[in-house]
Design a binder for this molecule. Sequence first.
Ligand code: PEP
Ligand code: MG
Length: 593
Amino acid sequence: MSSDVPGTMGVIFRGIGVSPGVAAGPVALLQNSDTPRISERTINEAAVAGEIARFEEALIETRRQIRQIQEALSGQTRAQDASILDAHLMVLDDRTFLEEVIGGVRDKLRNIELAVQEGTSRYAGVLEAVEDDYLRERVSDVRDVGRRLLRNLTGTPADTVSELAAGHLIVAHDLAPSETASLPKDRILGFATDIGSPTSHTAVMARALELPAVVGLHDISCRVKTGDQVLIDGNKGVFILNPTDEQLKTYGKQEETRRSIEAGLDKLQHKPAVTKDGHAIMLSANAEGPEDIDAVLHHGACGIGLLRSEFIHLARSRLLSEEEQDSIYDRIAARLAPSPVIIRTLDLGGDKFFADVRGSLEANPFLGLRSIRLSLQHPDYFKQQLRAILRASVHGNVKIMYPMISSKGEILEANRLLEEAKCELDAAGTPFNRNIEVGIMIEVPAAALSADSLARHVDFFSIGTNDLIQYTIAVDRGNERVAYLYEPTHPSVLRMIQMTVAAAHANGIWVGLCGEMAADPLMTGLLLGLGIDELSVTPRAVPLVKDAVRGLNFYQAVRLAESALQCETADEVLEKCRRLTRETAPEIMALIE
Ligand code: PEP
Ligand code: MG
């Protein structure tokens, strides 16, 4: 990394570009975006008046702060941003909200912090469930105001995202997936973090949000302050402090070129993903929630190959009820019908926690109680999700997928609970698709190595290379310090994929790949040649991968895979992939080189 000389122009820092695009503007330095930790108490009747008085003081202080920010920002921001702060002020006067909170103190004898937390959550939940776009948009205002009230009640310093994010680039030490999921996409230009890697969940989210992002910038959050002018290039991993006019011009031009190539590729929207010699694959998209559906359809995916259902909960900072989940899955299934929607059951744990949990108590959370393991330990909640998915299956082409399976026993147990969920729906007279397909993710070496046995119990596989690579090479997918070891073309990874495909096909089931590797057009020939039937990628990468498929002959892909399997290093394989892509899709090389 270059060293910074204070006050100088155009100082360049290099990190890892994880989401393409160039953005320039002022920094919003995010120092503490956590929801404050609160104490949860019940109180006696005598303490009620005191708690309500504290609430009134917090309301006054919160109003004062919001007005102060409005004044500070006046003249600098767009009208839209001012109206967001107006909406926050309106929440503070909203009778229903105030009564929710005061009722928590007076009727349930909660301390005021707990009453604000619960009242905010309940009121936001009610708004979310309403079939009215305007009211649903108020949910984030209610949550922002709830957080601010809690900060004032607990004396926690303010975060900057909700205040300064409009028209700003967020710089942070790190962003948790729950934070990234709740970023106001339409209000920020992009983000840059000290830590992270291309397959960290935050990077995955940045691509889904189509926001330029650079991670792994070491100590960038200590080198800049709110208001500094910066430029980031999410393709090359460049971060420039105080960019010169010349740099702004050069990067601006590059961005124009990239956009015009991407716009050209969007013309492939209605074309099939088929090689020149007629080998077709399914090209689906990954999605994190209903807000991604427009992008999935716009970019011409033929379905959702991976709906990361946990983000639906993380974005709302709580676990949703069966009804709430059902209404979201229904909407997604109906909009995509008759194209498939593969709903992955909750994949919480690892680095995916709710903001107020913030981290795991386990020493090795990625090897711990995450994903399907967590679901199987909470069978009642797991069944709620399964029932919600089953209910949605009458509205479209819905499939179920279990994440992080490492043994046959887990599939059998999950399927047993699925049967129970079906019986419960039957008993209630609720319709569902009895023949719903059930698949598993292959993202643990144990699953790849025993794929022949697992294939007998499911309808499809989807290889999750993000985790499969981390577990195969023993390299933390989110750690920029070992990012150089995280090699999708490592010979061991290719063998895992080959083994999984062979086992799937021998058992007559199809196999997809939904890790980030699928979205890299350099990998397209290799994955087709290895026999993958479906690729599921971030929506924006659909046209790129489609173009790569359409430039190939299938025999070239097979030859590439055969020779790649003979290679001894990841670099050798990568070079072969580059060579073929240069020949078959030179326009793509202009975007990625
Ligand atoms: C994967 O591991 O490849 C995957 C797609 O799942 P996630 O990135 O959500 O862990
Ligand atoms: Mg995974």
